[in-house]
Structure formats: structure tokens, C-alpha cells
Ligand binder design. Structure first.
Ligand SMILES: [Ca+2]
Ligand SMILES: [Ca+2]
Ligand SMILES: [Ca+2]
Length: 286
């Protein structure tokens, strides 16, 4: 494999909740734009001769990735550098106003024991990024899906007429710590058609960081005021589809799952907060 495929997670570093709340309009992954590794395929020292450095059946002079075997010569972005030698395709939030894009709908529940309330939550994404590495066989890996969620209006629900429970999602930062694979079942014949749609076929682990305030209660035995319970809560994204559009330099992550539990967290006061279901399209551009 090339250095570009073993360089680890190529996108964002973690941002604290405070930083996220003050930089919510900035995309954290725009510093990296590369989709090519340069004029020399794969930055490989092999000369453009009739030899076959990597033994993939393609002579060096014709090989778009001379030092790594890629017999299919797939070059999704058409930059004359094979997918295997390409730097990751890096996408970040650049446009896509809600509600059609960049708004993920979920369902929050909060409760203790038999008392519970539920209400819909719209997670408006203000920044985020992913990097995609395609291979020579029509599959890919998505790295570090990072999603910063904007302020959400204060949500309020009454629990069994006993307590008024105010839940405020001030911000959320969701990071995918590991790459997750995406199958792009396109055929070799149409690999350069410009758009590939794949499926994230496994649940993707995420880390949720942010501030959800449990603000107050008329019954302090049930809820303590001013809690900020979220700090590196493990969670997961459901499976979904991924569409990568070449000519528009765009990727769309499409979630459509009403039941998946994104994360749960129990407050100091003993309330369990749960975010369930994730539907909506997240669109990012190069
Ligand atoms: Ca070769
Ligand atoms: Ca090759
Ligand atoms: Ca390429």
C-alpha cells in the first residue's frame, strides 16, 4: 500500500465543546484539499519504462500508480492518478441550507424510571467533514465523519405533570474515531461515470461531545439544575448510503433510520437522555 493509505485519520482534530460553540460556522477540514498526489503517479520513483514495478500487469509507462498494484486502474476523479495512489478526497460543509440538507432529525427522550418525555430534535449541522479513500475495486473508506451541530432552541417537556423538564441541546460535536468502510457497487465499466453510490453497511462508532443542559425542575428531587452531562459519550451512527459525485466534488451521507439509538447518557441527577433515530442528508463539498 502507499503512504497515502496508511497515514491514519486524515481529517479533523478534536475540538472542545467550548471551541465548537464559538466556531460553529467554520468547517474544520478545509485545510486539506488534495485529490492528487502530483504529476508522478503515486510519487513513485519507478521510471516510465516497460517494466512493471508493482506486478499488476500494467507497464510502468502506462500505470497510473506504478508502485502499488491496481490492475483496474480506477481513477474516479480523473486526475490521471489511480485511486490507490490518490490522496484522500476531503469534503467539508460548504453549502446546503436546511431543511433539505444538513439537518438531521432525531428523537430525544429524557426520563427516570417510568416517567419519560419525548420530543423531536432537529440537529442543524453547521460544519463537519469527511475524507474518502477509494480503492481499485469499487470500495472505499470514510474517515472521521465530524459533525458540529448548531444551537437548538430550548426544548421543554412535562413529565407526568410532576416536573417540568427543560432540555437544551446547546451544541454537539460528533466524531467518528475510526474509518468505516463503504461499499461502492459500481462496475468497472462505469467507474468513471462521475457518481458512485455506496452503502455504509456497518454501524459506525462515534464520540459525542457537547453540552446538553438539564436546566431546571420544579421538583429538585427529580432533576438537578444546570447539569451539562455530555462529555465524550460513546455512540454510533446507523448504516446509511453514501453518494460521491465527482464533477460536483460532493459527497452526501444519507441516514434513514428511525430506531437506531445514537447515544445515551445519564445525568448526575439520574435522568437518562437518549437520542434515537437519525434521518436526513448531510452534504459536504470539496
Ligand atoms: Ca504496474
Ligand atoms: Ca499499479
Ligand atoms: Ca485519481
Amino acid at each position: 500500500m502507499t503512504s497515502t493509505t496508511t497515514s491514519g485519520t486524515p481529517t479533523t482534530s478534536a475540538t472542545s465543546p467550548d471551541e465548537a460553540s464559538t466556531t460553529s460556522t467554520e468547517a474544520p477540514t478545509t485545510s486539506t484539499t488534495g485529490t492528487t498526489t502530483g504529476a508522478t503517479p503515486g510519487d513513485c520513483a519507478a521510471p516510465a519504462d516497460d517494466a512493471d514495478e508493482d506486478g499488476d500487469g500494467i507497464a510502468n509507462k502506462d500505470d497510473n500508480c506504478r508502485c502499488d498494484a491496481n490492475p483496474n486502474q480506477l481513477d474516479f476523479d480523473g486526475n490521471s492518478v489511480g485511486n490507490v495512489c490518490d490522496a484522500p478526497l476531503v469534503f467539508s460543509i460548504a453549502d446546503g441550507a436546511p431543511p433539505e440538507f444538513n439537518k438531521l432529525d432525531s428523537q430525544a427522550s429524557a426520563g427516570m424510571g417510568p416517567i419519560e418525555c419525548q420530543f423531536p430534535v432537529s440537529l442543524v449541522v453547521t460544519s463537519g467533514g469527511v475524507a474518502v479513500m477509494l480503492d481499485d475495486a469499487g470500495t472505499g473508506k470514510v474517515y472521521a465523519a465530524t459533525v458540529n451541530v448548531a444551537d437548538t432552541p430550548q426544548l421543554e417537556c412535562d413529565i407526568a405533570l410532576i416536573v417540568t423538564f427543560k432540555l437544551v441541546i446547546k451544541n454537539l460535536m460528533i466524531t467518528g474515531p475510526d474509518a468505516f468502510t463503504v461499499g461502492f457497487p459500481f462496475t468497472l465499466a462505469d467507474h468513471d461515470s462521475g457518481t458512485v453510490t455506496g452503502v455504509m453497511d456497518t454501524i459506525h462508532n462515534i464520540i459525542v461531545n457537547g453540552v446538553i443542559d438539564v436546566q431546571e425542575s420544579t421538583n429538585e428531587q427529580l432533576a438537578m439544575p444546570g447539569e451539562s452531562p455530555l462529555a465524550d459519550v460513546p455512540g454510533s451512527f446507523p448504516v446509511g448510503t453514501v453518494t460521491v459525485a465527482n464533477d460536483a466534488g460532493q459527497i452526501t451521507l444519507d441516514f434513514n433510520n428511525d430506531n437506531h439509538v445514537v447515544f445515551t447518557q445519564t445525568t448526575m441527577g439520574g435522568f437518562e437522555i437518549k437520542l434515537t433515530g437519525l434521518t436526513g442528508k448531510l452534504r459536504l463539498r470539496q
